[in-house]
Design a protein around this ligand. Structure first.
Ligand code: SF4
Length: 286
């Protein structure tokens, strides 16, 4: 199995890791470090920053309104697909006023390929109308106000606040964040709101949003849902969720060492036998 990381790409956000990391050994050979939860969370954060140096939002936008709309469209859809739809959408409807005045059928048609398009179009238009009516045409910058908008729940609000306003009021919990935070032993909860509470207690506030982005990158590049590439993962020695993989890697390493030692012993035995034979040849023979 190759230990090389996947090639960097915009999609997986993966950067060449400046290996070797802390203990100078590749991941499968590092001994497991049983760290308490908080130091483990901070160590993971430090390593994630090395693995994924840049953590920009992967949605394309030029204003808080565009980010809000793109985030709403990204529900049950890939960011790449949303980024294909939004240039024409934002060209046609550049701000809240344009979305508020849009023909619903046209809006539906323009967001159709992102899935659940009727619901998404209806919510975008209703949110835009409320922004015009209650917030002077500007996307509000508090969690409380944002979550009053139709179709804007805590997750969308956290993304908008962090990237459009640099305000960190929570951790965005999507499927990658939920799954990997559990594997890393940082939460036992299954509900996003409770997972978010656990993570907020463990991580510095300024890192709440970039934690989510980096875990999404990690979930795409290494900790893939169906087959995590633990032997390539720089979190292997501190990840409680990879205990089975570590045990298997240790078993393979032990087997290889035993095999190499047996081969060495066999070679030595053959050499000794040959030497003995030569030494015991009768004098005068050639
Ligand atoms: S060690 Fe394995 S389970 Fe743990 S974060 Fe890395 S890839 Fe995921």
């Amino acid at each position: 199995m190759s230990l090389a990381p996947p090639p960097p790409s915009k999609e997986n956000g993966y950067a060449a890791i400046p290996l070797p990391l802390p203990n100078q050994l590749p991941p499968p050979l590092r001994p497991f470090q049983k760290l308490p939860k908080k130091p483990r969370a901070l160590e993971i954060l430090t390593r994630l920053k090395l693995m994924y140096p840049a953590a920009p939002c992967s949605l394309d936008y030029e204003s808080p309104m565009q980010l809000m709309v793109a985030t709403m469209l990204a529900a049950q859809c890939t960011d790449a697909r949303v980024n294909k739809v939004t240039p024409a959408l934002f060209g046609r409807f550049p701000d809240a006023a344009a979305f508020a005045a849009a023909e619903l059928t046209e809006l539906e048609e323009r967001v159709r390929s992102t899935g659940f398009y009727r619901n998404k179009a209806k919510n975008i238009q209703a949110a835009a109308r409320k922004i015009i009516a209650d917030f002077g045409g500007q996307v509000p910058s508090t969690l409380a106000d944002l979550t009053t908008l139709p179709g804007v729940a805590r997750k969308t609000a956290n993304v908008v606040l962090a990237h459009a306003f640099d305000i960190h009021e929570g951790v965005t919990v999507d499927t990658h964040v939920k799954r990997i935070s559990g594997l890393l032993g940082l939460t036992k909860q299954t509900e996003p709101v409770k997972i978010e509470q656990d993570l907020m207690k463990l991580l510095p506030q300024a890192d709440w949003e970039n934690w989510s982005i980096r875990l999404v990158y990690h979930g795409r590049a290494i900790c893939v849902a169906r087959s995590p590439k633990c032997l390539q993962c720089d979190l292997l020695d501190i990840c409680p969720g990879a205990a089975k993989i570590r045990a298997e890697a240790a078993k393979v390493a032990k087997f290889k060492t035993a095999k190499a030692e047996a081969a060495k012993a066999k070679t030595a035995k053959v050499k000794t036998a040959k030497a003995k034979k030569r030494f015991t040849k009768p004098l005068g023979t050639v």
